[in-house]
Write a new protein. Sequence first.
Length: 344
Amino acid sequence: MNEVITIGVDLAKNVFQVHGVDAEGAVIVVRQLRRAQVLPFFRKQPPCLVGMEACATAHHWARQLIELGHEVKLMPPNYVKPYVKRNKNDAADAAAICEAVSRPTMRFVAVKSAEQQSVLMLHRTRELLVRQRTMLVNAIRAHMAEFGIVAPVGIPRVKELFAVIADAGDERLPAIARACLEGLAKQFMSLHEEIAIAERRIHAWHRSSAVSQRLETIPGIGPISATALAATITDPSVFRSGRELAAWIGLVPRQNSTGGKERLGRISKQGDQYLRWLLVAGAMTIIRHAKRRGTSNLPWLAKLITSKPTKVAAVALANKMARIAWALLRTGQDYQKPALTHGT
C-alpha cells in the first residue's frame, strides 16, 4: 500500500473528515473520525503534510499535530472554496482541502501559539465589554433625556448623570425611572471596572513583550495596537512585503480592473477588521495632531491632508503604518524618525 503524504482535514466539533493521498495523487484514506480518534489516527501516520481551514479550533489542532511530527498548514476558507467539486459535504470539503494545500500558489496562515491566542482573546473580551458599555451609556442618556436631563458627550461626563440618579432628592426623576436607571448604572460601573482590568492585563503583556514594545515606537501605535499586531502576526515572513501585509489587513482599495484599465474603489470589508480599525484610529490621531500643529517634518503627510479627504488620508497613513510594522517585525529594529526636511 502506498504511503500517505498529504492529508486534508475538515474540522468540526465532534465528527472530523480526513482525505489522504499518496505521491501520485491517488486517494488512500477517506474516513470519518470522532473527536477522540483524531490524535490516535495521526500517531499511526508517518510524518506528512496536513492541511486545514483556518477556523476557531484550527490553531489548537495544528499545535497538537505539529507535536506528533506532522507539517501543518492552515488556509483561509475562501481560498479553499474554489477547489470544492460540485456538492457541499464533509467528504468534498476534506478533498478540496487536500488539493488546495498542495498548490504552489496557495497562501497560508501562520499557526498561533497558545499565548498569542490568549492575548487576542483578551483583546476580543475588551472589545465586547466596550461595546456593551457603549450600549448602556446610550440607553442611560436616552432614558434621562426623556425627562429633560442631558450631559455632554463622553464617557467621563456620564458621571454627571449618575450623580442625578444617586440623588434621591432630585424630583426630575420619578421613583420607577430612578430604580431602572440605578440598575443600568450598576451594570455600567461593573463593565467599566472589567474593561480597566482587561487593559491592565494588556499593558502587562506589552511590557513583557519586546516585539510589542518595538511596534509601539511607530507613531500612532500604542500598547493596544502594538499587542494586537504582535499577537496576530505570528510570522512576518509569511508576507513578502509590507504592501502585502497592508492588503491582508484590508487597507488597500478594491479593484475592478480589466483590459489594462485600473479601476480602484473604496477599501473592502475583507481582512482583519480589528487591526484595520486600530490602525485607522491611530492614523486619525496623527492627522488631528498634524492639523493643529503642522507637519514640517512630514511634507508628504501635509500634502496628503490638503489634497484628500480626512478619512482617505487616514487609510493611506494606516497603510503606511502597517508597512512600517512589517519592516520592524522582519528586521527586529526600532522605528527611526525621518530626518527633518527644511524649507517645507
